[in-house]
Design a protein around this ligand. Structure first.
Ligand code: ATP
Ligand code: MG
Length: 570
């Protein structure tokens, strides 16, 4: 451990810092960059953000918040072929939803195209860059291997004048895409492959969503990123581990601009990988384009927008990311941890109500016909402020089909012929008779109730083993309910390179139920984004498709982790 770090150990302020925060703290304490802290989140607008991006967002914005710095949003829009404004808009919305704000510091790598171009020209003039007329395939073939040096391009020693002339003409649109590139002249024998005359600019003729047809040459990531950091005043360029090998090149280019008063630096942490899903934007785009999901915000997608639609909360995502932390080693994180964080937060905030997904009608034969009373239900036992609501009770109710068994096993504490259960918040009922249709399907139960067992009455304390959720049949509203499961049936689809990832999709990732019965209070409060706990079933939220004439609810998550249970059994 360095002396710096040893000192940190004794300082209260740095207890519990992750290693990136420690680095930042050390730089600030050492007075680097005039004591300034500026980070950036640099999405490429070629897809919607996913939960992996959320990890980067929490880091970039979080560290700035922690040490009184700022975080920019910078769109890394250097490839017009794949980029789109739709993605820009969604990225903004998702970051805000996660709870972060970049103020007026919204930037684009394309803002720096003029400065980048000038720098490229300067490097050409200084003999540090040249135009190569070879195809990218040819250039790749000459790269060599980590053990053997590469081959120098036959165009490597062109004159400055010729290079300048060709580069200008590349940008004027005189040449076809792919027939010339600008390369940095560094070292074809470098042990770091990224130093073997990396490509700085390529020709692209597709118009850019911001700069139109101004440019015909576009900078490569390695040439654009560090310089954009510099132009923007970024001090800490935090990214993921795959960029460790790019860091020397980052430093090489940035040195062309920086001095001892200000120089950005790159720090890398481990990516978020999640079980039972994929995180590659290319694959996610494929799922969308091929209609394998309903869109980027399909509630099964690992996207921020999908999770929002599914009913996940920003706090649960942030808490999950906090739990898994930041390290220097790649890992695969269990989606159960994320789901645990979602349950945890929803348990605190969700409004309790009753819904019956697969209804079985119960007629209470000794309850007066046409009579309705209301019972009082707690809105949220976790939140004393949340109050109560009234729920109608009448002669005909629905219970869950699976809460009744005609020939129950020993420990079945729900309803069976001759047995008693409590209806949550209301009376104890006893099953007297089972009504079947011609095919022998159970279509109705005849029960009696004990009028003395409602809360406030002497028999309220009478104990029975089972308590069921229920809704009053004439008052319940029909709804569609969508039950989601994991998108893939394979724990780590990315680890099966020989299989087409689409073959590993879970065929049961969406189950739709029509004719679920919902208590009126839930329907009255079913605003977009509302969070409910349907008692004994799980957490639900109104879907975007919700309409008054056709209510639709997404199940965000079941109350318990059924996969964990299944795995323990196996
Ligand atoms: P692409 O292949 O399109 O470059 P990308 O996943 O790297 O995909 P970017 O839009 O370039 O997407 O990512 C923006 C930022 O988010 C980068 O700093 C990147 O390191 C970070 N990021 C992307 N995926 C993850 C992940 N799974 N975990 C943590 N950070 C991530
Ligand atoms: Mg990227």
């Amino acid at each position: 451990m360095s002396e710096e770090n040893a000192n940190i150990e004794n300082n209260e302020q740095v207890k519990g810092l992750n290693f990136v925060e420690e680095e930042v703290y050390n730089d600030l304490r050492a007075g680097k960059n005039g004591g300034r802290l500026s980070t950036r989140f640099p999405p490429e607008p070629n897809g919607y953000l996913h939960i992996g991006h959320a990890k980067a967002i929490c880091m970039d914005f979080g560290v700035a918040e922690k040490f009184g710095g700022t975080c920019n949003l910078r769109f890394d829009d250097t490839n017009p072929v794949k980029e789109d404004v739709e993605y820009v808009d969604s990225i903004r919305e998702d970051i805000h939803w996660l709870g972060f704000d970049w103020g007026n510091r919204e930037y684009y790598a394309s803002d720096y195209f003029p400065q980048l171009f000038d720098l490229a020209v300067r490097l050409i003039k200084e003999g540090k860059a040249y135009v190569d007329d070879q195809s990218s395939e040819e250039i790749a073939r000459q790269k060599g291997t980590p053990q053997t040096p590469g081959t120098e391009s036959p165009y490597r020693n062109r004159s400055v004048e010729e290079n300048l002339d060709l580069f200008m003409r590349m940008n004027a649109g005189e040449f076809d895409e792919g027939c010339r590139v600008l390369r940095a002249k560094i070292d074809m024998a470098s042990p770091n492959m990224h130093f073997r005359d990396p490509i700085m600019y390529r020709i692209i003729k597709t118009p850019h969503h911001r700069t139109g047809t101004t440019w015909k040459v576009y900078p490569m990531y390695d040439f654009a990123h560090g310089q954009s950091d510099y132009f923007e005043g970024v001090t800490h360029s935090i990214c993921t581990l795959e960029f460790v090998v790019h860091r020397p090149l980052y430093e090489y280019f940035v040195k062309e601009l920086a001095d001892e008063t200000y120089c950005p630096r790159q720090i890398e942490f481990n990516r978020l990988n999640l079980t039972y899903t994929v995180m590659s934007k290319r694959k996610l785009l494929q799922l969308v384009n091929e209609g394998l999901v309903s869109g980027w915000d399909d509630p099964r997608m690992p996207t921020i927008s999908g999770m929002r639609r599914r009913g996940y909360t920003p706090a649960s995502i942030r808490n999950f990311i906090n739990t898994i932390g930041y390290t220097k080693y790649e890992a695969l994180n269990s989606v159960s941890l994320l789901e645990h964080a979602v349950r945890d937060d929803l348990n605190r905030i969700a409004t309790r109500g009753m819904a019956v997904l697969n209804p079985l009608k119960v007629v209470i034969t000794n309850y007066p016909e046409g009579h309705v009373e209301t019972v009082t239900m707690e809105n949220n036992p976790e939140d004393p402020e949340s109050g109560v609501h009234e729920m109608p009770f009448s002669r005909e109710i629905y219970i869950e089909q699976e809460d009744f068994m005609e020939n129950p096993p020993k420990k079945f504490f729900r309803l069976a012929p001759g047995s008693e259960v409590r209806l949550k918040g209301a009376y104890i009922i006893k099953c007297e008779d089972v009504v079947k249709d011609a095919e022998g399907n159970i279509i109705e139960l005849k029960c009696t109730y004990d009028p003395d067992t409602r809360s406030g009455l002497p028999g309220a304390a009478r104990k029975v083993k089972g308590t069921l959720h229920w809704v009053s049949a004439p008052h319940a509203i029909d709804a569609e309910v969508r039950l989601y499961d994991r998108l893939f049936e394979v724990e780590n689809p990315a680890a099966e390179p020989d299989r087409d990832f689409r073959e590993m999709l879970n065929p049961d990732s969406l189950r739709t139920i029509q004719g679920a019965k919902i208590e009126p209070f839930i329907i009255e409060n079913a605003k977009r984004g509302a969070k409910f706990q349907f008692q004994r079933i799980g957490y639900f939220t109104p879907d975007y498709d919700y309409a008054d004439e056709h209510p639709v609810f997404n199940r965000t998550i079941a109350l318990k982790d059924s996969w964990e249970k299944a795995q323990k059994k196996a």
